[in-house]
Design a protein around this ligand. Structure first.
Ligand code: NAP
Length: 429
């Protein structure tokens, strides 16, 4: 059976998708009896289309040419952005076409509108590439793990941040210099905001937490912290204590509420996620029957990501594009089924605290007094003398306490005269 595919956006992932579909065309025909035919590719300009036309493909600068082409049954959105892709996907689903995308930002923002539309139109809307690039974590949660309930997810889902933290840890370098190096190597965007401020991770966590909880986790309600304020001192102290610092997405159920957050966290050096380094991504799941599992691999890049896009296309082809297929149920990903998110103040952690103070008497006593007034117990403390003239760095590790109490304590401590800069706080996981 011939299956017509229209691809919108032939940049990094789109061109990789074209390459794999062409490379494996005969293989899919032989294995599944399916003839995947790239009916049309769409780019903004004829210059961008030229290499694809040179391969014998039909190109257009008009997305509508894909929408109105009756030979196309699968629309593959790989352009990125929010509003235009949303309208294309709505149009495609309404016109009876199946949709594949890698666009995590779009799913996090508009998934709750698009999944019900896909269900209403009985069309597939697949997005394996949206989280963890080529790691098959979406299908695992949707299909392979349905004999389990997901108790918790801890994940490293931004390669740029993981690369930066790994380099800082292994070379003792400062955040700014590693970021500049990552930009020169192409691991970080010229504007790194989405990555280093945790937004990209939160888009992906919103998707994973929704799949894990079967309730809609609104990206806008996720607590997000990035890695800009992590410094070499924190990483060195962490190592001294036998821990590593990673930017984590964290999901769990706490007394019926959903705890979903993105922030740097201290992981024990022997945790499975602690050795996931460089640009690698990893998702660590704890389930009721299977127990803990770790999936790791390339979280981005042309072919790893395109391989997940192609897997979605093949999955749709195998189900039969014309009918009789049953799309994976995603009805729970809707605004009518919201998760009740646990406010960050109500979460509980042990904390690493770093105070940079003037070298005065009474500093320790003042800090510990405020902590104890909030009922926070200090488990251990390290003081490093004169890093700079007249400055002292004090690191404390607390016992588990409510974050709200910790925030109140730090607010007071930060007003003390001897504080040179606001206290730094990192949660243990
Ligand atoms: N790259 C990865 O490793 C990766 C991993 C996971 C997910 N993703 C997701 O995959 C999607 C694509 O990413 P990418 O890295 O392939 O981006 P990219 O290299 O920038 O490619 C996107 C392509 O789409 C084109 N495009 C944008 N708007 C268009 C429009 N209105 N009509 C026609 N073409 C249009 C762009 O053209 P111009 O250049 O002219 O704007 C560009 O060629 C994004 O949603 C991204 O988040 C990427």
């Amino acid at each position: 059976m011939q299956i017509g595919i229209g691809i919108i956006g032939v940049g990094t992932v789109g061109s990789g998708t074209v390459d794999i579909l062409l490379e494996k065309k005969a293989y899919y025909q032989e294995l599944y009896g399916l003839d995947f035919n790239i009916t049309m590719v769409c780019a903004r300009t004829d210059e961008e289309l030229a290499p694809f036309r040179a391969l014998g493909l039909t190109g257009s600068t008009q997305v509508q040419d894909i929408m109105t082409n009756p030979a196309i049954s699968i629309v593959v959105e790989l352009a990125g952005g929010y509003e235009l892709p949303k309208s294309w996907i709505e149009q495609a689903l309404t016109a009876g076409k199946h949709v594949v995308t890698a666009n995590k930002a779009l799913i996090a923002k508009y998934g709750a509108q698009l999944f019900p539309l896909a269900a209403k139109n009985k069309r597939h809307f697949l997005f394996e590439a949206a989280v963890g690039g080529g790691i098959p974590i979406i299908r695992s949660l949707q299909e392979a793990l349905t004999g389990n309930s997901v108790n918790s997810i801890k994940c490293i889902i931004n390669g740029t941040c993981n690369y930066i933290l790994t380099e800082m840890s292994q070379k003792g370098s400062a955040f700014a210099s590693v970021l500049a190096e990552a930009q020169s190597l192409g691991y970080a965007e010229a504007d790194p905001t989405f990555d280093v401020d945790g937004i990209d991770s939160a888009h992906k966590l919103a998707i994973l937490a929704t799949l894990g909880s079967k309730q809609y986790v609104d990206f806008n309600k996720i607590h997000i912290e990035g890695i800009r304020r992590i410094n070499e001192t924190d990483i060195a102290f962490a190592r001294e204590m036998g821990f590593v610092i990673k930017l984590l997405g964290v999901f769990s159920k706490v007394e019926g509420k959903t705890d979903a957050r993105v922030h740097p966290a201290l992981l024990p050096g022997d945790h499975l996620l602690a050795s996931v380094n460089g640009v690698l991504n990893a998702v660590y799941l704890e389930t009721d029957h299977l127990g803990p599992t770790l999936q790791t691999g390339a979280g981005a890049g042309k072919y790893p990501t395109a391989s997940a896009v192609v897997a979605d296309i093949v999955a749709i082809g195998r189900q039969g594009v014309k009918g009789g297929m049953s799309p994976i149920p995603m009805d729970f990903f809707s605004e009518g089924n919201p998760a009740d998110l646990l406010p960050i103040e109500e979460t509980s952690s042990a904390f690493y605290l770093r105070f940079t103070t003037r070298d005065e008497t009474g500093v320790l006593a003042s800090i510990t007094k405020i902590l104890s007034q909030q009922g926070i117990s200090v488990e251990s403390m390290i003081q490093k003398g004169h890093q700079k003239k007249d400055r002292v760095v004090i690191v404390m590790v607390t016992q588990v306490c409510k974050e709200g109490l910790m925030r109140q304590a730090l607010e007071q401590i930060n007003t003390l005269n001897f504080m040179v800069q606001p206290a730094a706080m990192i949660r243990f996981i």
